[in-house]
Design a protein. Structure first.
Length: 702
């Protein structure tokens, strides 16, 4: 038994349910009356008071037509409250028609689309956009939404909304064409509804045209005009043939004859855009007849399929490119002289080239599907090869031996790597074999020659070692002789210079002018001879003295040498530029002599330039550091560049520029002992550049 309070609550619930059923029956009756056109208006309470909405604005015949089309159509207030809906909209929303009337339009759309509808309801004119509509089973449907807001009767804004289900576009086109034909036949009857009908067509996302029997265009909607880049006025009354591309008049009249016979057709048709390019479309064409059965023309729905055609063209091109690439790859494989195979994960051969057929003595059909290891003298070793490729991604220089069906054996080295499918999964191994039979024979012959060559090299090395010892001894004797001769010549030269000087001083009053000139020539020659002897000694010393390696600040060393040579530039206009120089390792005293000789030459050979310029710099060349001294002085003829670094070789006369010609030879010997090299570039009258390169390592003989 139930308690008394519980029974009371149950009684209340029963009465509430009964009241709700009664209200629901009344609502159904009201909705039936609204749909049947028996209600002139409805009153809706709002924050501003009671609002009256006229329902007679929706013509009964027009309402029947709206109910018949395959698009959802609703009339809403600016707040989005639905005051009229056709059954199609209710079906698309997955609810009863009775629940739609009085609801808010925004509730049938998701997220940002709901917000977008709320904004669009406030704008006058036509608004179109794509949206996601809440459908049945909690899913969504992609739709095109077209809103047209105009001032209605009684100063109330009435907004017409057309919702097109994009998943049923073809059905929508057919329904649109049928609706358009029906509207044409009943044009006289629906004159009062013409503006609403026009708004509906203007809101459609597909092109719609009407033609007469000629056929010329009697109506185009804005969307069709937009497709072809024209205004609506440009196209009305124009013969259809003028804007068709690739369509003969004969073919067009065949299509007209089909409509006159009552046949509706859907086919592709290409139009000519105002700027000249072609616009491919899918058209659905239906004939129109008057009540007496006379052919009036056609109503055509037009869908732009430019993107579809572009995708089809791209796909065709891609497929053609793929076929060409496949053919090209196959040609490359077949052109290879090396045996090539592809192997799947099970070790089975999936493809081979002609070279593989020749190596195995079997045809392609006999090889494909067989185990890769079956055709080698050591199957286990071959099996291990492709398994290693799958495990590691590749194998290189893998030695195997192919057994030919005729019994011969080919020594090969296999290189293999994996390849993947379009998802990135490894599906097989591509293997290439290189025939090394001839190489093996050559290696054997080479080994024999190598042993013979080693014997010859050993004999020759012994001979060269003996010759080198003899040469070193001869060089040492020559250097000792040069040093001794140069040293011993100093005393006689000093005597000649002393006695000639005594003659000039003690017998000047007894010697005529010619005698004085001859004595001066003797003294000048003695000085030159003395300088030559000094240079010979310097050249000899650079070859004999031991190198003392240390880190050298090349920038500071070059600047120090310039300071020592400053007196030679006094009274001249000489611009000297010293760039930062990398540090090196070597004998500081000898490297200083290199800078001294190079800079002294630069100062000397620019003596005749009013605006002399000397640049000191460096750069990296491979592993070497290259230093250089560049001037704009006398320069030299590059045809004689090989003579520059020879002992006592001169390209200018002593009268032009003093010197013995030993300075560059000394530079070459010093840099050579440091493991480096020297060279020069120049042009007569424009200057010269002298380079020396030092390796980044400890010098020899340290």
């Amino acid at each position: 038994m139930h308690d008394a309070p519980v029974d009371a609550e149950i009684g209340v619930l029963h009465r509430t349910i009964a009241e709700l059923k009664e209200r629901l029956a009344e609502s159904d009756e009201v909705l039936r009356a609204i749909r049947d056109g028996d209600v002139d208006a409805i009153t809706v309470p709002t924050s501003a008071g009671m609002q009256v909405y006229s329902l007679k604005s929706v013509d009964r015949r027009y309402r029947d037509m709206i109910e018949a089309i395959n698009e959802g159509v609703v009339n809403v207030t600016t707040a989005g409250m639905v005051i009229y809906s056709n059954q199609r909209f209710a079906d698309m929303a997955g609810t009863d028609l009775g629940r739609v009337i009085g609801s808010r339009l925004q509730t049938y759309f998701v997220g940002q689309d709901s917000t977008k509808i709320g904004v669009a309801l406030l704008d006058f004119g036509v608004t179109r956009f794509r949206a996601q509509m809440l459908g049945t089973q909690s899913g969504t449907v992609s739709v095109n939404v077209s809103l047209h807001r105009r001032s209605g009767d009684g100063n109330q804004d009435i907004i017409y909304v057309v919702v097109s289900d994009l998943t049923e576009i073809e059905a929508a086109q057919s329904a649109g064409a049928e609706a358009h034909l029906a509207l044409q036949q009943r044009l006289a009857e629906l004159r009062k509804s013409e503006q609403r009908y026009q708004s509906l067509l203007d809101s459609m996302s597909e092109g719609v045209i009407e033609s007469d029997a000629t056929p010329s265009l009697t109506y185009v909607n804005p969307r069709f005009a937009e497709m072809l880049g024209y205004s609506v006025e440009d196209l009305v009354d124009q013969p259809a043939i003028r804007i068709l591309a690739n369509e003969s008049e004969a073919h067009l009249h065949e299509r007209v004859a089909a409509r006159q016979a009552g046949r509706a057709e859907t086919y592709e048709l290409t139009w000519r855009h105002r700027d000249g390019h072609e616009v491919p479309t899918l058209v659905s064409s239906r004939p129109r007849f008057d009540p007496d059965g006379r052919y009036l023309g056609s109503t055509v729905n037009v869908t732009d399929i430019t993107e579809k055609k572009r995708a089809e063209t791209f796909r065709a091109q891609a497929e053609a490119g793929l076929r060409a690439a496949s053919s090209y790859a196959r040609s490359l494989i077949e052109a290879s002289l090396d045996p090539l195979v592809t192997i799947n994960r099970d070790g089975k051969i999936t493809d081979v080239n002609k070279a593989t057929e020749a190596a195995t003595g079997l045809l392609r059909d006999q090889l494909v599907g067989r185990d890769f290891s079956d055709f080698f003298t050591d199957p286990d070793l071959a099996r291990a090869a492709y398994r290693k490729a799958f495990a590691e991604g590749s194998v290189t220089e893998y030695p195997l031996a192919i057994r030919n069906a005729g019994g011969s054996v080919m020594e090969v080295l296999y290189n293999a790597s994996t390849y993947c499918d379009e998802t990135g999964n490894v599906v097989g191994v591509f293997a290439a074999a290189r025939d090394i039979t001839a190489r093996k024979q050559a290696e054997t012959e080479l080994a024999n020659y190598q042993h013979h060559l080693e014997d010859l090299v050993a004999d020759r090395t012994a001979e060269l070692a003996a010759a080198n010892l003899a040469l070193n001894a001869a060089n040492k004797e020559l250097e000792a002789f040069s040093y001794s001769v140069s040293h011993d010549l100093r005393a006689p030269l000093r005597a000649v210079d002393g006695f000639s000087h005594a003659l000039q001083e003690d017998y000047a009053d007894k010697l005529d002018v010619e005698a004085q000139r001859l004595i001066q020539i003797i003294r000048d020659s003695v000085m030159k001879m003395g300088q030559l002897i000094e240079d010979i000694l310097d050249f000899s010393r650079t070859g004999r003295r031991e190198l003392s390696a240390t880190d050298i600040d090349m920038t500071g060393l070059a600047q120090s040498v310039l300071n020592d040579l400053a007196p030679a530039m006094k009274g001249r206009k000489v611009q000297v530029n010293v760039a930062p120089l990398p540090q090196t390792n070597g004998d500081r005293e000898m490297i200083q002599r290199v800078w001294m000789n190079l800079l002294d030459n630069a100062i000397k050979f620019t003596a005749r330039k009013e605006d002399a310029r000397i640049d000191i710099g460096s750069y990296q060349e491979a592993d070497d550091i290259v230093y250089f001294v560049k001037d704009n002085g006398a320069g030299f003829d590059m045809n004689y560049v090989d003579k520059l670094f020879g002992v006592f070789q001169r390209l200018h006369s002593p009268e032009e520029f003093p010197g013995t010609g030993a300075g560059l030879a000394i530079i070459k010997r010093i840099i050579g002992r440091h493991g480096g090299r020297v060279w020069a570039e120049g042009k007569e009258g424009e200057g010269a550049t002298f380079y020396f390169a030092l390796p980044p390592r400890e010098p020899d003989h340290v």
